[in-house]
Ligand binder design. Structure first.
Ligand code: SF4
Length: 338
């Protein structure tokens, strides 16, 4: 049998791994609890399983939990971690402490191949998908793992471009035998790949957020190349249809850029796009990249958008920016590239 890593396997997969040797599904649950809740790093530390099973696992498997190779702390206490896999893939993870709400922002790919021109991750290029184990490891291997209450899939990569591993990671994060976080505390972000979104909505109860940038097709195409293949209006329709079926949070992220997408015309189109839905809007400041001439919309303009959306019956909030001084904010993860 190939040597597998246990981190990244579901309880059913571990059951199938140990079942042929006569071990029970209860042992599979014990293994999951030790890995995902106790975050053990050695098979000898797995609790509530027989010695013979430990010996068998030791011969066939590894734990697969690996620590970050470096970290950087922001003035606001946000921490950015760099990981390198056994095969040399590099990716970054951001931990955002905030009183009782402590969020980890995970990567799903090393780099990204969506090519959004404003994003530094795109400039780093694409270096491969992360496995479910490599995604979950970002949550359980950092020093503050025990304090994490929320997980967002908003790091490097497009989650819908690595959907099977993302779905499996979501299952492990929310399962009782896994990290046991509520699905309402787990959010997957996408620039909009229709087939992936359909499957995600069908297969997971976790929250979904769509990066919008502009409600106008021609403008969005310039910022989000996938708009050409997957028009955002169809994705919003899909989200509206699912809203009624499942209790989950669906939202759009709207990064506000001065004199680019913060006009009254944009506001009105945004309202039209989202009317008759309970899709929320998260308004975000823009982070300047390198010599980029664009700047964020002002705080007053963001408040104006928020107020008008709320008055129109659309739930809206302004997200504060975290970790910008260590390039840990949205669109800035790229292993030091500027
Ligand atoms: S914004 Fe997201 S999807 Fe676009 S290139 Fe950056 S990481 Fe990829």
């Amino acid at each position: 049998m190939d040597r597998k890593n246990l981190c990244g396997l579901t309880a059913d997969e571990i059951d199938r791994l140990i079942g042929p040797s006569g071990f029970r599904s209860g042992h599979a649950i014990s293994i999951c609890n030790s890995i995902y809740k106790k975050r053990i790093t050695d098979i000898s530390q797995i609790e509530k399983i027989p010695k013979k099973l430990k010996e068998e696992l030791d011969a066939k498997t590894g734990i697969g939990i690996f620590a970050p190779v470096s970290s950087e702390v922001s003035s606001d206490k946000t921490v950015k971690y760099l990981f390198i896999t056994e095969t040399g893939k590099k990716f970054e993870t951001v931990y955002i402490p905030d009183n009782k709400r402590n969020t980890v922002c995970v990567s799903t790919q090393s780099g990204c191949r969506m090519g959004c021109p404003f994003c530094v991750t795109a400039r780093y290029g694409y270096h491969g998908n992360l496995t479910a184990g490599e995604i979950v490891n970002q949550i359980i291997s950092i020093p503050d793992a025990g304090k994490i209450s929320h997980v967002v899939f908003m790091g490097m990569g497009e989650p819908m471009d690595n959907l099977d591993n993302v779905l499996k990671a979501c299952e492990i994060i929310t399962a009782e035998w896994g990290l046991a976080l509520s699905h309402r505390n787990v959010t997957v972000s996408t620039v909009g790949i229709t087939s992936g979104i359909q499957k995600f909505l069908d297969s997971s109860d976790c929250n979904l957020t769509l990066s919008l940038y502009s409600p106008f097709k021609d403008e969005r195409e310039n910022v989000v190349p996938v708009e050409k293949r997957f028009p955002v209006h169809k994705i919003i329709e899909m989200m509206k249809n699912y809203q009624a079926k499942k209790k989950r949070r669906l939202s759009v992220a709207y990064v506000m850029i001065k004199d680019v997408n913060d006009s009254d015309k944009h506001l009105e189109e945004l309202k039209t796009l989202l009317k008759n839905s309970i899709i929320r809007v998260n308004l975000l400041p823009y982070h300047r990249i390198g010599n980029d001439a664009m700047t964020s919309a002002s705080a007053e303009r963001m408040q104006y958008f928020k107020h008008n959306l709320v008055v129109s019956g659309i739930s809206a909030s302004i997200r504060k920016s975290r970790g910008a001084d260590i390039s840990a904010a949205c669109g800035l993860l790229a292993m030091g590239l500027k």
